[in-house]
Design a protein around this ligand. Structure first.
Ligand code: MN
Length: 500
């Protein structure tokens, strides 16, 4: 990954005199260094010289826009910084903003406090002046409150830096579709022009025949090496192993992985979609290949679902290094036992092994759809614990992001006849409320499913993208939630007129 950074930007003014401003700069550098060193914040935090006039603010914002490594700005008003001087800069700024409402000293020095101290610790009112202008400008931003040494403050800022890194990755990101949408399916459709305007990524289609050509050019030596790697890292069924009766099918899976990866690399793509209705020239539905490429960080959507492919890439970037894993997912079937209602999530084949709870098995079984040879696939149970399901839908006038917080559980019984990767979860706040809310929201059957990305990350994402987010969690009341959906219809209709 490139060296992506956020800039630490301090506001002040000339009124205080040079000596105070020197001290402001020293204090600010200390905070920037502490943020940079904090393990909660995975990005480099770069100190920028204290800003004291409109020209400096404007020039810093323009510099941020054109810096390829700057993913966002952390703003802090160390002293009072009259906010009209920020208008020119902030109205031209294109990078995400977090407003850190902190102060240099944590505690009041009760017995020593004097006007010098007051001068150097006045974010309490300085940041309110900034806050007014940000609100007046309808500036999308994250407000983080707390002392800069406080672990909660650092965690909240750190979460935002993960999101801006992923957002940065999405800008100019290219996504590739092999074939179009699954015929007649509505929710996986959407306006790709609107998406590029809103999210910064582009989606384009490529002929499966062009992919087949690349697949056919993959060398036997590379296929041998990757097949051997599969045998090392997975529990490969005997028939697929070298010397086994169906080893050629495994080798074809390796050919697909190598071919698709090569196609993606040469086109600079960050994710892709496939569809079982357009596999012309391919022997198998790319199951194993999709699973493996997701694990390498590519976004993926089945059945032409480019929105989920891009969302998945984004979520994988957010979760990078946290552990826990993120996968393409589909709410497949239910366990409707009133005592313990559960959702069984899976897909035909394409679930990412980063969410596996154990060493995956590599198996081959028939697939009753697509009319191709039996596809190889990784089979496993997903981890247990808290997770989220995220769905991005196109409502015609806007994108809506729907989140459901869930708790993944272990199956109480084996599933010997279900040869696919799967996850089992219970929804917050309850099965019935969660599913009714999801359906009223128009949430898709395809999601980005993650143990590492949280609702807080997704809220930051929605703020930056300027899209609607609705969250189904332990506090959700269905009647209130339905009203929120109604009010949002009005808000997003009026928002352009408000200026947000
Ligand atoms: Mn599907």
């Amino acid at each position: 990954m490139e060296c992506i950074e956020v800039w630490f930007v301090t506001g002040s003014q000339h009124l205080y005199g040079d000596e105070t401003l020197r001290q402001v700069a020293v204090n600010s550098q200390k905070i920037a260094a502490a943020l940079d060193a904090a393990p909660e914040i995975p990005l480099k935090v770069v100190f920028k010289p204290v800003l004291t006039d409109p020209a400096a603010v404007r020039s810093l914002c323009i510099e941020a826009n054109s810096s390829p490594n700057c993913a966002g700005l952390i703003l802090w008003m160390h002293t009072f910084s009259p906010a009209k001087m920020w208008i020119g800069g902030l109205t031209s700024l294109k990078k995400p903003v977090a407003h850190l409402h902190t102060q240099f000293n944590r505690d009041l020095p009760w017995s020593e406090i004097d006007m010098d101290f007051m001068n150097l610790n006045q974010a309490a009112h300085g940041d309110r002046e900034a806050g007014f202008l940000h609100t007046r400008l309808r500036l999308p931003r994250k407000v983080v409150v707390g002392h800069w040494s406080d672990s909660e403050t650092l965690a909240s800022l750190g979460a935002w830096t993960r999101v801006v890194r992923a957002w940065h990755d999405l800008q100019g990101g290219r996504f590739c579709r092999f074939g179009d949408n699954m015929r007649e399916v509505s929710v996986t459709e959407g306006n790709k022009v609107s998406a590029e305007i809103k999210f910064g990524f582009s989606v384009n289609g490529y002929g499966v025949g062009d992919l087949v050509k690349v697949l056919n050019g993959v060398s036997d030596a590379d296929i041998d090496a990757l097949s051997a790697e599969y045998e090392e890292i997975y529990d490969v069924s005997p028939e697929l192993r070298k010397g086994g009766a169906r080893h050629e099918a495994l080798r074809y899976g390796a050919r697909q992985e190598l071919g698709i990866e090569s196609f993606l690399k040469s086109g600079g793509f960050k994710g892709f979609t496939t569809t079982f209705e357009d596999l012309h020239g391919l022997d198998q539905l790319p199951g194993l290949a999709s699973q493996r490429l997701m694990a390498k960080g590519y976004g993926f959507g089945a059945e032409g679902d480019w929105k989920t492919a891009a969302l998945l890439r984004f979520m994988k970037q957010v979760g990078e290094g946290i552990g826990g894993g993120t996968s393409f997912m589909e709410d497949y079937t239910y366990h409707m036992d009133p005592a313990h209602p559960q959702v069984l999530g899976a897909h035909m084949l394409e679930i990412c092994p980063t969410i596996a709870s154990h060493k995956p098995k590599l198996e081959i079984h028939p697939l009753g759809i697509g009319g191709k040879s039996d596809p190889v696939r990784l089979v496993f149970d997903a981890q247990t614990g808290p997770a989220i399901n995220a769905s991005l839908v196109d409502l015609g006038n806007r994108f809506r992001l729907i989140i459901n917080e869930v708790n993944a559980v272990a199956p109480t019984q084996p599933l010997p006849k279900l040869p696919v990767a799967r996850a089992l979860w219970e929804c917050e706040p309850s099965f019935k409320t969660a599913l009714a809310a999801w359906i009223y929201s128009g949430g898709a059957h395809h999601t980005g499913y993650s143990y590492s990305v949280t609702t807080a990350h997704m809220r930051d994402f929605a703020e930056i993208a300027g899209i609607e987010i609705v969250v189904i969690d332990k506090n959700t009341n269905l009647d209130t939630y339905r009203n929120e959906l109604r009010w949002n219809e009005l808000y997003y209709h009026l928002a352009p007129a408000i200026g947000s």
